[in-house]
Design a binder for this molecule. Sequence first.
Ligand code: ADP
Ligand code: MG
Length: 437
Amino acid sequence: MGKVAVGAAVVCAAAVCAAAALVVRHRMKCSGRWARAMAILREFEDKCGTPIGKLRQVADAMTVEMHAGLASEGGSKLKMLISYVDNLPTGDEQGLFYALDLGGTNFRVIRVQLGGKEKRVVKQEFDEVSIPPNLMTGTSEVEQDVVGELTKSVEKIGLDMRVTALVNDTIGTLAGGRYHNQDVIAAVILGTGTNAAYVERAHAIPKWHGLLPKSGEMVINMEWGNFRSSHLPLTEYDQALDAESLNPGDQIFEKIISGMYLGDIVRRVLRKMAEEASFFGDVVPPKLKVPFILRTPDMSAMHHDTSPDLRVVGSKLKDILEISNTSLKMRKVVVALCDIVATRGARLSAAGIMGVLKKLGRDTVKEGEKQKSVVALDGGLYEHYTEFRTSMESTLKELLGDEVAEHISVEHSNDGSGIGAALLAASHSQYLEVEES
Ligand code: ADP
Ligand code: MG
């Protein structure tokens, strides 16, 4: 080998070494980034932890707040509103009824023909109007204005509104659930927002000074989305979401449970992983900075992705966040993140239900007791987010224990709120003559 050749060989060897060093440094950089991203994820997971002991504390806090809210106006973050609904449907209702249903995303006018115990719902029709998105995040005052406006427009349409009820969707779900099953004692909505209503013994409402209803019962609209407790597992991401929201400090339970927010919590964690651990490469994907760009239905589609290469996750990241070329390993991290956020929400929802059952003394059974309790559930989150629903239902069983769990069931009250409102119109109008169509 001549000099030149040797020189060239040395240069080559040096170049190979340098390249190898670069690769190693790149790998180290990558593994350093990966480790940092995983540390962010693990820390988030820790803070979101909902071990059974914590859930019991949350359930107890819910029961305590229910008592406080029933004791006096403003006594708790839970408003525990007296609904003045004291006669839930029995199933015997007959005639033609109209109802208005104001949800988080749409408004519906419903017409139901009821045929009594045997025939039940003979015919049901509805007309739907979407609610502008800026109103979805608004306050209840805004909601009331909208109701006023919509009521006017319905009158303009010329509907026969003689026998109509305008009720909160949670109370509607309770009524709809009770119509089909007399064991229904509470209703929970898990949709864009979350709320619960239940049947209280009238004498157990100290703040109520009116005449006690004949039935001895009164439906309470808890407005449980506003529940908060030091036992709730809150993270820096939840605090930021709340601080940047239109109603900081309010609806804390709702902000960690409901469909309006779950996707955005996922986005916030991904953003932090991108910014502090370059999880998606050197450039932080700009779309990660856009609030509410990742919606809960998209989160749930990623969470439910069963394809071996997590194709759905890949395409959602690409289509919504404009992040392409994600590795399978990265996609798995995204699924794990969705799981953490959904599981926390689902388990806390179960703890909330447990709190209501405790308030009613239905969290225990006496020897030989046969009484059943049914909780009617409705809302798009519960209906479509299977992982959320199964986690919530199994957590409730876990909290109740096998023996009591046999006496308690959760039932999907399909479109309970719409029919429920009409049913309330029905049970309030038993003396009115109604037209048959
Ligand atoms: P609203 O609460 O507005 O009355 P719904 O009960 O239909 O209406 O719930 C709609 C909400 O349910 C959406 O805002 C969304 O958060 C959630 N949702 C709808 N579809 C899905 C889905 N496939 N996966 C997860 N969440 C969903
Ligand atoms: Mg609804």
